[in-house]
Ligand binder design. Structure first.
Ligand code: WTA
Length: 561
């Protein structure tokens, strides 16, 4: 396919008002937007909710929720009152500044309210992905010895309390809670709708997201309130959010995109956020776009590919004329998808790049810039990007190496929980360059072309999966002797999880056994982590000295067929 470039379309873009192409951007220019500019004391929840009420925008719709049979809205003022009530309940039950409060809820306003209420009183919020099963939940809460959890009775089945000894208090959103659990919705009804904001420092902890690399269990990436500077500003520049926008980010807050660009950035910008609670189907998604009159839409390549595969017939039933800006994140965005977007939606799809660790977008196709399909775009204002070779030397345009970002920027992670060594591993060539773990090249104009990962991390449908976590689960199955897990290229999902296993003596390969093993991971960890393919081998390739399974070798073999 020949790649064509897509020039920007005419329109009024936020970025053009604040930054001129070629100019260096100083992030301090954003500070006066915020309430803390003079006091120095900050709170994300305040800036997301209360500030808008104080500025007279309390009547504006903050959240617009849809599911199959429900629709609900909250104005900024209603959201403020609800957040206040919930934060009073949390406070009454002992939550204080710096405590970890895990939130394990479906896509629903309760999830937003729980997060904002915990943050309002200075707690560090840990959103858990809605599809996590027992082991995934347990490992994460145990790692940072979380004491508080907000969930519902349905999800509680996946919380193995005896194995999470640090857990002191469980709040549920059901109107009746069982045992010693607390119904946060019931108590909130009685609680005061005024609440004190706990003012914290810019560098105090805000949220923790567990994320995978190629080795070890997921690591807790901690971000600080300071992030709001870049999250607000990328909301303006990249998402191009304006006063009257209705914005929909399709990610669950358990993934960093769902927290930063599903909760924080849109609320910081004071727009209307759409929350959609049903499972993916082309019809229900188009329906949300139409019914909520979505103007800015942030989703992921797998979803676009599924919509594309679904064909124009479904699309034609809906009026999507409210849409003006579409964005993508999480995995490579194929040029075909961009061309589909041009044809089907009559809009360019803007790719964006960032990571859990970076806290906000760093590379993007700004609305004012030309898009080169196949490229993730260029660094946003204030960010400098290069590509380094193995020695840490900069490579010329066109040569592939390690994607590196000049440190620091406002939303860079504050720490990796209790793992200083891991934090340092992002800076192997010294403090100057943050190394993403992605391989890429730049063209002469500084456009970044993603080429893959330098480690074994798997990216399936934009979800980051650590092979080690899957291998650890697989090895617990009685039939499994040895295991190696890799990402296998897939036309729709980008990659799928593939496991190679050697069986213990006494076990024979059969379709039933493999299905049982797959379900074992699915029900223990999460559906997206369960291997879609399992191949039984006599022996796995290993390093001579340490006997570590060579995933790279498995990848090569898999390709060779
Ligand atoms: C990958 C998601 C290609 C990349 C926000 C990165 C991408 C990892 C893109 C981070 C993109 C993210 N094109 N690959 N536009 N965006 N990635 O932490 O490998 O879940 O390192 O954050 O996703 O995944 P994470």
């Amino acid at each position: 396919m020949t790649t064509k470039i897509l020039p920007p379309r005419l329109g009024s873009y936020n970025v053009a008002e604040e930054w001129m192409e070629g100019e260096t951007f100083n992030w301090e220019r954003v500070h006066p937007v915020f309430t803390w500019y003079e006091s120095g004391k900050v709170n994300m929840s305040y800036e997301c909710v209360d500030r808008h009420v104080d500025e007279g925008k309390g009547d504006k719709i903050a959240l617009h929720y849809f599911s199959e049979n429900e629709e609900e809205t909250y104005t900024y003022e209603e959201l403020q009152r609800e957040v206040n009530r919930w934060s009073n309940v949390l406070k009454d039950h002992g939550v204080t500044k710096g405590d970890f409060v895990f939130v394990f809820l479906p896509k629903h306003p309760h999830c937003h309210i729980a997060m904002l209420a915990a943050i309002k009183i200075g707690a560090v919020v840990g959103p858990l992905f809605e599809a996590f099963m027992e082991e995934a939940v347990k490992d994460r809460i145990n790692d940072c010895e979380g004491e508080f959890l907000i969930t519902n009775s349905k999800f509680l089945d996946r919380v193995n309390r005896p194995e999470i000894p640090s857990l002191k208090t469980v709040f549920t959103t059901d109107l009746e809670a069982s045992g010693s659990d607390i119904s946060i919705t019931k108590e909130a009804k009685e609680a005061d709708d005024q609440a004190e904001t706990v003012w914290v420092d810019l560098d105090d902890g805000l949220n923790i997201h567990y994320t995978s690399g190629s080795t070890g269990k997921p690591k807790g990436i901690i971000h600080a309130h300071r992030n709001m500077i870049q999250q607000y500003q990328t909301g303006r520049w990249v998402l191009d959010l304006k006063e009257d926008d209705v914005y929909w980010c399709t990610a669950h807050p358990g993934w960093v995109t769902g927290t930063v660009y599903g909760v924080f950035a849109p609320l910081l910008n004071g727009v209307t956020t759409v929350i959609h609670g049903s499972r993916f189907s082309a019809d229900s998604w188009y329906q949300v776009l139409e019914q909520a009159q979505v103007s800015v839409w942030y989703s992921a390549p797998t979803a676009f590919r599924m919509l594309m595969a679904n064909g124009d017939k479904t699309l034609e039933k809906y009026d999507l004329s409210s849409l003006r800006h579409v964005l993508s994140v999480g995995e490579p965005l194929n040029p075909e998808v961009i061309y589909w977007g041009e044809k089907a939606l009559d809009l360019r799809i803007h790719d964006t790049w960032w990571m859990t660790e970076t806290g906000a977008q760093l590379v993007a196709n700004l609305p004012t810039r030309t898009i080169k399909p196949g490229s993730m775009g260029r660094p946003i204002p204030g960010i400098e990007v290069t590509v380094l070779d193995e020695e840490g030397d900069e490579l010329p345009a066109g040569e592939t190496g390690h994607l590196a970002i000049k440190s620091s920027w406002p939303s860079l992670m504050k720490e990796v929980w209790k793992n200083e060594e891991k934090f340092k591993s992002y800076f192997p060539y010294g403090e100057k360059w943050y190394i993403a773990g992605d391989l890429a090249y730049l063209d002469e104009e500084g456009y970044v072309f993603f080429q893959g990962r330098s480690d074994d991390m798997i990216n399936s449908s934009g979800e980051r999966i650590g092979p080690f976590e899957v291998e650890s689960k697989l090895i617990e199955h009685e039939a499994v002797k040895e295991v190696g897990v890799i990402g296998k290229p897939d036309p729709v999902r980008g990659e799928i999880v593939k496991a190679f296993i050697a069986l213990n003596e006494g076990y024979e390969e059969s379709a039933e056994l493999l299905e049982e093993i797959r379900l074992f991971v699915r029900s223990g960890l999460a559906a997206h982590a369960a291997p879609k393919e399992i191949e039984v081998v006599d022996e796995l390739p290993k390093t001579q000295i340490s006997g570590k399974v060579l995933r790279r070798e498995l990848k090569k073999r898999d390709k060779a067929g």
